[in-house]
Design a protein around this ligand. Structure first.
Ligand SMILES: [Mg+2]
Length: 376
């Protein structure tokens, strides 16, 4: 697992992910305290807060807090149930966006990932430009903010991404690692929980610097072998590889128009152009698909997604366009369109099977229960 210390690692963490997605889907919630979690039942609810918006945090609400307490702190907050299928869908798009830059990618949760950009930037100046570009694309394409930490290893990058949340970018060059880490509380180190913190507290170790300066034998005698790793982390010298499952679950592409569009022909043309981009990525990754997804956001920000599953897999561009057009035609376009997106999912690695266009179009399978039936 140990590697030379000359890498440049990004840790990308979405800001208050669940509540930000909810606000994106319902712009009327913008600026309000939004709490995503279990039902507060007017203060009698038993669950916890999953995520909350930064506006809600001003009332002292934070994740993992009992929902009843959150209700007590701000009964007027907008309380929403966790909509995991939606967050997972957005997560897939986010992870694909991040993988545009490098395949040395590791997703660590629904809204967090590491990138090793050593091979695509030459120094920290370029790394900063790349991080800013990722943040901009994330906002332009997904309407979401993220915070990025840039550092020579994963541990420091993770601590850095948390350093200036929300919408943060913190760059810690190798020569600044210890200066950055040492004043922080030991609990900033991933893996240092309440118990470890208590043991360290009894040894008068409160900051990362305290830990780095403590004799390693003494640490091992109190914490066991894990102290070796923790001390390396405290020194900023713990280097583990960015690696993980890179399985692609869906491929999609969307576009926000400069001005809202009412003309169906322009919508079709845009959709076909996006479908071509989706298709070339599909081919490049060697996948076939079974489901075509359409996304439309109208001028009032109401957003709809539709999915249609075929009877067999395909890698045919004309199928994406044809199914997409049919789903598009199902919308009565009284309102102008702000954003259109097309994608494919239910992906499988390509095999030798080949089927004709007609085989797919008869599809009547359901996916996610929000199928649009083909019109005759
Ligand atoms: Mg997050």
């Amino acid at each position: 697992m140990q590697m030379p210390a000359s890498r440049i690692i990004f840790h990308i963490d979405m800001d208050s992910f669940f509540s930000s997605v909810e606000v994106r889907e319902r712009p009327s919630l913008k600026g309000l305290p939004v709490v995503v979690g279990s039902d507060p039942k007017k203060g009698e609810g038993r669950g916890v807060v999953s995520t909350c918006s930064y506006e809600a945090r001003k009332y002292g609400i934070h994740s993992a807090m009992p929902i009843s307490k959150a209700y007590m702190l701000c009964p007027d907050a907008v309380f929403l149930r966790v909509n995991m299928p939606l967050y997972k869908q957005v997560s897939e798009n986010i992870m694909l966006l991040l993988q545009r830059y490098t395949s040395v990618f590791q997703q660590v949760s629904v809204d967090e990932a590491y990138l090793d950009v050593t091979d695509i930037v030459i120094n920290y100046t370029e790394a900063q430009e790349l991080a800013l570009r990722i943040k901009k694309e994330m906002y332009d394409e997904e309407g979401l903010n993220c915070s990025i930490g840039v550092a020579p290893n994963k541990v420091v990058a993770k601590i850095a991404s948390d350093y200036q949340k929300p919408d943060g970018l913190t760059i810690v060059k190798p020569e600044n690692v210890q200066e950055f880490l040492f004043p922080m509380e030991v609990s900033a180190i991933p893996g240092v929980g309440r118990r470890t913190r208590e043991i360290l507290g009894k040894m008068d170790i409160r900051t990362i610097g305290d830990m780095a300066r403590t004799d390693v034998q003494l640490l091992v005698s109190r914490l066991g072998k894990s102290a070796l790793k923790l001390r390396q982390m405290a020194l900023g010298n713990y280097h583990s590889k960015v690696a993980g499952k890179t399985e692609v679950k869906s491929i999609s592409k969307e576009d926000t128009f400069e001005e809202d569009v009412g003309d169906i022909e322009i919508l079709r043309e845009t959709m076909d152009r996006l479908a071509q981009q989706v298709h070339s990525r599909l081919v490049r990754h060697g996948y076939v698909f079974r489901t075509v997804n359409l996304k439309i956001r109208f001028e009032d920000f109401t957003t709809y997604t539709r999915a249609f599953s075929l009877r067999a897999t395909s890698n045919d561009l004309s199928v994406i366009c044809k199914v997409g057009t049919r789903m598009l035609n199902e919308f009565s376009c009284k309102k102008k369109v702000r954003l259109i997106g097309i994608g494919v999912s239910s992906l499988m690695k390509i095999d030798s099977q080949q089927t004709t266009l007609e085989d797919f179009i008869r599809g009547d399978q359901n996916e996610n229960g929000n199928l649009i039936k083909p019109s005759k």
